[in-house]
Design a protein around this ligand. Structure first.
Ligand code: NCD
Length: 324
């Protein structure tokens, strides 16, 4: 299989065919999960170990990777609280990765520094998946975003997608925007002047799609023309000071009043966690897709793990695990 043994550091080096392969297999995985535990034949144990190494907080990404590996029948080890590991004694990332390679078949890493996932992949002898490196990349979130987007809109191209919130520090939008551009979508960037999308990503989107994103600070004004609104959290931990963060806290709040100005068929996405940028009343709006998006993390990561570990023989073909 084309993805067997591959690292996933950034989707920039993955073709659209490879991305589609993951999404298609994720659909199959989702179907097998939807069957329900009582009707599903018991899965056979899989003699593979996934190592999760998180040097930054995570709920969804770490747990959906773990759930995905368990669903495939494999095992998970985790380096979670780095204060309790040798990292606290000053061990280098490269040495930690060499050791984790001896203990596992696949490493998932999240780190606060841009480039850390590549550094980990260079040192590891097993494939490495980037689960977020600083403000730079979050490719598995992008795959999860595309999965929900395709399910809800029946297409992955020709859409007008508004990215809203902290576009300066948010890695989910930095990962997503170039892939949306490659797929032929139009991007509208909605952010306060100090948190706009860095020029390198705007340039990249323009290079890939021939169209530079429109930039605005006005969410209410932009809403009426969107097919998708992708909200993000103001990235508190990346601000130089708490005072600086306080200035932008609550800068955009999507509520029912704003939703009344949005098209009937616009969907609302958010990588989560949300802080205050979407009110809970919006959760009941049929256009809210963010919890579904989080749930999609499991089948998408099952597909990704299965492809990288070479557990599937063909996209539609037989699988080595026992269910489905
Ligand atoms: C995101 C992240 O870690 O970048 N969370 C996630 O993985 N779903 C988004 C965020 O923290 O704002």
């Amino acid at each position: 299989m084309p993805l067997t043994g591959r690292d996933l550091i950034s989707l920039d080096t993955w073709s659209l065919e490879e991305i589609t392969l993951v999404l298609d297999l994720a659909e199959e995985m989702a179907r097998s999960l939807d069957t329900g535990a009582s009707e599903r034949p018991p899965f056979s144990p899989l003699d593979r170990i996934l190592a999760t190494c998180f040097f930054e907080p995570s709920t969804r990404t770490r747990l959906s990777f773990a759930a995905a590996m368990h669903r495939l029948g494999g095992s998970v080890i985790c380096l979670q609280d780095v204060r309790m590991s040798s990292v606290a004694k000053g061990e280098s990332l490269a040495d930690t990765m060499r050791m984790m390679s001896a203990y596992s078949d696949l490493i998932v890493i999240r780190h606060s520094q841009e480039g850390a996932a590549q550094e980990a992949a260079d040192a590891a002898s097993v494939p490495v998946i980037n689960a977020g490196d600083g403000t730079r990349n979050h490719p598995t979130q992008t795959l999860t975003d595309l999965f929900t987007l395709r399910r809800r809109k029946d297409t992955l191209s020709g859409l007008r997608v508004g990215l809203c919130g902290d576009l300066k520090y948010g890695r989910t939008v930095h990962s997503l925007a170039p892939v949306l551009a490659r797929l032929g979508n139009e991007i509208v960037c909605i952010a306060p002047p100090a948190l706009t999308m860095p020029a390198e990503y705007l340039d990249e989107v323009e290079r890939l799609s021939g169209k530079r994103p429109t930039e605005t600070g006005d969410l209410a004004g932009a809403l009426a023309d969107l097919d998708v609104l992708y909200m993000t959290r103001i990235q508190q931990e990346r601000f130089p000071s708490p005072e600086e963060y306080e200035k932008y806290k609550g800068v955009y709040v999507l509520d029912s009043a704003l939703m009344r100005r949005a098209p009937e068929d616009m969907i609302v996405m958010h990588p989560l966690p949300r802080v205050d940028e979407i009110t809970e009343e919006v959760d009941h709006d049929p256009r809210a897709a963010y919890f579904e998006q989080a749930a999609g993390g499991v089948p998408v990561r099952m597909a990704l793990i299965a492809l990288i570990l070479g557990l599937v023989e063909a996209p539609e073909g037989s699988r080595r695990w026992g269910f489905g």
